[in-house]
Each structure stands twice: as C-alpha cells, then as structure tokens.
Design a protein around this ligand. Structure first.
Ligand code: PRP
Length: 187
C-alpha cells in the first residue's frame, strides 16, 4: 500500500520507500561484515518488526537464523507503560548464540531494555540491536543501539510495520498520521 491509497488519513511522508531500502541495505552490509564467519540469530519483536526483518534479512549476505517474540509494552493508552508482557516466546534456546534484535522503533526504550537484559540472562553470547526508527525525545531508558536507521520526531508515525489500531502496517513508507484520525478516538 502506498500513501496515495490512504491520502485522506496521512498528513505527510516522513521516510520514503527508497530511503528505507537504502538504509536497510547499508545496515545489512555492515552486519554481514561484522558477523562474517559467525553464527547469528535475528530476533524480531512482533508485530511491528516484521516488515523490517523481511527486508533486512534478504539484504544480508550471510546465512542467518530468525526467531520471533511477541511482547506488549503498552497498557491502556498510547503511552508505554514500562511493564513488559510476553505474549509469545522464542522457539529456540539462545544460550551461547550471537543475537541481533531487529525492531521497527525504539520509543521510551522499555521494550528493548527489557529484551536485551532478558536474552543476556538466558545466556546469549552477545546481544546487539538494530532499530529502523528512534524517537530520541521520548527516550526514558538508555539502550545501546549498535545499528540504527532514522530519527523521527514525536508524532504519530505509521507504516512499514508501525500501526494505528492494527492498520497502516502494510504502508510501504513511513508517514505521519493526521491528528483527526486519532483525536477523540478511544485507545
Ligand atoms: C512498539 C514497537 C516496539 C515498542 C517500542 O510495539 O514495535 O516493540 O513499541 O516502544 P518502547 O521503546 O516505548 O518500549 P507495540 O507494543 O506497539 O506492538 P506492535 O509491534 O505489535 O505494534
């Protein structure tokens, strides 16, 4: 889906499809170099990271494995609660593995902070993070981001995995939602 298909609900484009592809290619080249000859497990946090994981994994030139976790960091509203709930766990043992967590966005940092500590606690040999987007102004917990994409302002951002009420995840670029779409809406 493209912005033109949902233009009544989109205010403006923030990161184009070409920019996303370019950044993912750049990070994938670096990761392929950094992990050459090593075992690497990509861990994606459902559901938002799925688009990034798909594009990123295909851009790698090394043979990796992938696993998924479903976490919830949001409570009743749009704000991160800091309380992480595991909805679905990994299907493999991470003991002794090199892990790269792939995320669509780091906002408050609570999700990644919890996940990095959790995977290290399970005995992973190394845990690094790639987040396609970050909202630096919203950060409450510092998380070391070894690989990063674009910084975005504190606006309601959708597309390329990011949703509003489960919609817009299949938008091929990243865009700002019109406030009229969510103003007055129940969380
Ligand atoms: C989003 C995003 C990250 C998390 C980041 O997931 O995918 O996992 O929030 O926020 P934080 O840095 O404030 O913790 P969300 O809980 O909205 O679920 P989703 O991926 O299914 O959309």
């Amino acid at each position: 889906m493209q912005i033109a298909d949902v233009q009544d609900e989109i205010d403006h484009e923030l990161v184009s499809k070409a920019q996303i592809e370019g950044k993912i290619k750049e990070v994938a080249a670096q990761v392929s170099k950094d992990y050459a000859g090593k075992d690497l497990l990509l861990v994606a946090v459902l559901k938002g990271a799925v688009n990034t994981l798909a594009a990123f994994s295909q851009a790698l030139s090394i043979n990796v494995q992938m696993d998924f976790m479903s976490l919830s960091s949001y409570g009743e509203g749009f704000e991160s609660s800091g309380k992480i709930t595991v909805r679905q766990d990994l299907s493999c043992d991470v003991k002794g593995r090199n892990i790269l967590i792939v995320e669509d966005i780091i906002d408050s940092g609570y999700t990644l902070d919890w996940l990095v500590r959790e995977l290290k606690g399970r005995g992973a040999a190394s845990v690094e993070v790639f987040a396609l987007l970050e909202k630096p102004s919203r950060r409450e917990v510092e998380v070391p981001l070894k690989y990063k994409g674009y910084e975005v302002p504190d606006e309601f951002v959708v597309g390329f995995g990011l949703d509003y009420k489960e919609h817009f995840r299949n938008l091929d670029s990243i865009a700002v939602l019109k406030p009229s779409v969510y103003e007055g809406a129940a969380a």
